[in-house]
Design a protein. Structure first.
Length: 142
């Protein structure tokens, strides 16, 4: 789904309840991976609080979270993802709304059509990326 405002909150506080879009994002199947990602993210946050830089996280075993880099050959930002999603890594791939939309439409991991259409609606309604035909094709009424 890419980064979105406050998406880190459930991971920082390991609180995967029914608020916001958690009912769509979290399921019994992803408890182990989200718990592990939460642990790793908390370790980065703790290291940042302790030393002013997230580095290799507080436990010293994570991928290096490097400062922003303008070089096109090096990662500009950190991707905080589960192992299934590629793991924690530095990256320089821009995730635009167009890329996000393409990925969402191709994604087959949603538990049902309603969940996928809800995400589509939340991300793209009232934007240039909203297409009523796509939304309806996902299984929802406009």
């Amino acid at each position: 789904m890419g980064a979105m405002h406050a998406a880190e909150i459930p991971f920082v506080f390991e609180s995967f309840d029914d608020r916001l879009m958690n009912w769509v994002l979290f399921s019994d199947d992803n408890i182990p991976s989200r718990t592990e990602l939460s642990r790793k993210m908390s370790s980065y946050w703790a290291e940042f609080a302790y030393n002013g830089a997230p580095g290799r996280a507080r436990d010293g075993t994570q991928a290096e979270w490097e400062p922003w880099n303008e070089s096109p050959s090096q990662g500009k930002f950190v991707m905080l993802d589960s192992e299934r999603g590629g793991g924690i890594r530095m990256n320089n791939e821009a995730v635009t709304f167009a890329v996000l939309k393409r990925r969402l439409l191709q994604d087959t991991s949603f538990p049902n059509a309603a969940a996928k259409s809800k995400i589509y609606d939340c991300l793209f309604r009232d934007s240039e990326y909203w297409e009523e035909e796509e939304f309806v094709a996902l299984g929802s009424e406009a």
